[in-house]
Design a protein around this ligand. Structure first.
Ligand code: UFG
Length: 342
């Protein structure tokens, strides 16, 4: 059988690079496009080094329909994984148009060209943020979405709906939205990982930068939540496990195993972990002490959210496997690699 090719938009980013590596390891061909607005070509080099494949890379903005069209003319992929998007929740509140314009235009361009070129499979990178402050936990794919509390979250909901409607309207189009919980960690090679610009907004990069001495002290946002230790509960999913969920989804799509034209899967571990547990887990895994203090709550944080992963386990034949301790070691190994710490 001829090799299947997958277009990975935003493929120089955190989740994109790890997914490209796992696709290549499984025998897929990969084409990476990225406008490098929040990533570096070094990340693509990391993918090439790990895989030993000279993966094609095009610096293309998915909002630029003409440039994107050339990619469709040049490469014969059947599937696209669409990661390319802005993702800073706080920034989206202050610059909503930046988020609506970028995240929705790019996705509509992808859908329109997939339709025009008769390419069937679209995997959209969605988020557990669509559940908001859910009434029941863990959340299943049937748990109602809550009105988005940020333009960023709204673009995820809207893009899911765009994909659902396109799959219903266009014969031969298949879509999957993967709702990620909290992706953390890095590739075991420490050649790729998360590259936050400026002050990290997410917990694990803040922890690793504090351990590296770049940040003085980690602020833990609130310890008065209705949770066992008072800090928020999240479902932290290892980045390599998350990448493998994409491969399982693409296999399902390319092998004609989808049960509906549009499907949704939660991608998490199914295990809630508190902020304090994560901090102490990091200290233990890496044999160091972190400087931290408890401060007030961060606006917009939900007290708890974690996944019911049964649907993904059963339908995708996928489950999260990497122990948290290993993930936290990989996160630190990546930070040390970046900062050239021994
Ligand atoms: N936290 C801290 N200190 C920090 C950073 C985070 O205490 O410096 C806490 C937060 O309050 C929260 C937890 O760590 O309780 C996780 O925070 P993150 O910012 O790492 O992740 P979120 O759960 O807020 O958001 C993540 C993604 C979003 C996505 C959302 C879906 O960043 O893109 O999950 O649930 F929408």
């Amino acid at each position: 059988m001829a090799k299947q090719t997958v277009l990975v938009s935003g493929g120089a980013g955190y989740i994109g690079t790890h997914t490209a590596v796992e696709l290549l390891a499984t025998g897929y061909d990969v084409v990476i496009i990225d406008n490098l607005s929040n990533s570096e070509t070094a990340a693509v080099e990391g993918v090439r080094r790990i895989s030993g494949v000279n993966v094609p890379f095009e610096q293309v903005d998915t909002c630029d329909e003409q440039a994107l069209r050339k990619v469709f003319e040049r490469y014969g992929f059947d599937s696209v994984i669409h990661f390319a998007a802005f993702k800073a929740v706080g920034e989206s509140v202050h610059e909503p148009l930046k988020y609506y314009r970028n995240n929705l235009t790019s996705f509509m361009n992808i859908c329109a060209l997939m339709h025009e070129f008769g390419r069937p499979n679209i995997l959209f990178s969605s988020s557990a943020t669509v559940y908001g402050d859910a009434d029941t936990l863990p959340v299943t794919e049937q748990t109602p979405r809550k009105p988005a509390t940020s333009p960023y979250g709204n673009t995820k909901q809207m893009a899911e709906d765009i994909l659902r409607d396109c799959c219903a309207a266009y014969d031969g189009m298949y879509g999957v939205a993967l709702r990620y919980f909290n992706p953390i960690g890095a590739h075991p090679s420490a050649l790729i990982g998360e590259l936050p610009r400026g002050v990290p907004q997410n917990l694990v990069p803040y922890i690793t930068q504090t351990a590296a001495g770049i940040r003085e002290c980690l602020s833990i946002f609130g310890n008065d939540y209705p949770t066992p230790d008072g800090t928020c509960l999240r479902d932290y999913i290892d980045i390599v496990d998350l990448a493998k969920a994409h491969v399982a989804t693409i296999s399902r799509m390319t092998q004609g195993r989808m049960k509906q034209r549009y499907e949704i899967f939660n991608i998490g571990t199914g295990r809630p972990v508190s902020v304090l547990e994560l901090v102490h887990g990091f200290e233990k895994a890496n044999g160091l002490k972190l400087n931290y203090r408890i401060v007030g709550r961060r606006a917009g944080d939900v007290p708890a959210v974690w996944a019911d992963t049964r649907l993904a386990n059963e339908e995708l034949g996928w489950r999260a496997e990497r122990p948290l301790e290993e993930t936290l070691r990989a996160a630190w190994a990546w930070e040390k690699h970046l900062r050239k710490i021994q």
